[in-house]
Design a binder for this molecule. Sequence first.
Ligand code: NAD
Length: 259
Amino acid sequence: MLLLTVKNEPKKPKNMKTNKKTCLVTGGSSGIGLSIVKLFLDNNYHVFNVDISPSSFGEFCRCDISNVEQVTDVINGISQKHIIDVLVSNAGIHFSANIENTSEADLDKVFNINVKGAYAAIKAVLPNMKANNNGAIIVMSSDQALVAKHNSFAYNLSKAALASMAKTTAVDYAAFNIRANAVCPGTIETPLYHQAIDNYCQKSGANQAEVHQEEASLQPLNRLGQPEEVAELVLFLASDKAKFITGSLQVIDGGYTAQ
Ligand code: NAD
């Protein structure tokens, strides 16, 4: 009798196609996002990479994250076929300038990608996660949400907004068993980091090797972070091991903000 009851219970599909958990990563073609895509693939997730530039890791969905309509269409398409377990809202750009040198167009560009992109992605996955009464959202913020860095007016602002977005989402959707956390990396060695250093050296004439060494020495651990290290934190936050963690800002910065 007991056996029969168990047998007749409808099976709850983890994923309508593959029976794997599904993770969506925005900006998964490079740097931190690429490491996240690879680590989730290694951990048996079905991974969608929502990015403007192509990559051969995960299932690639071309999408400009700053275009709300495109983001909504892409995520709705995935939602129709898959239960979305995890969203990693990671796509972002850096812009170096103080407030006086930040034009309205510069500010809009940074906010459209960094903030509006995350808004669009989170908003689009929520109906799916609510229907499944389960979900983990990880927003890629920055140590610059907590401390200001020079010449990063728009970026600092956008990362503080993302930290708030994670907290607000956590509070609003806890009742649906949806967790939202922000990851706040310090300086991580990625193409974005190298681009920022190249730009700085070109403008100032500073020596590249010296600037890299200086950057490393700013961290108490005296080195830059690696994208794989951030990916491990994201995987943990997405997992059931972190099921009591929501609304938090998780710093991974070699001790930078502790000083
Ligand atoms: P990256 O430049 O290596 O990768 C960014 C990815 O985002 C790329 O694949 C790019 O194609 C994608 N992207 C950019 N604009 C897009 C758009 N409009 N639509 C869709 N995709 C777009 O950068 P990264 O260093 O890996 O940074 C990833 C995230 O981590 C960013 O949000 C960044 O702000 C954050 N972060 C980075 C550092 C660091 O030191 N590298 C530190 C703290 C936070």
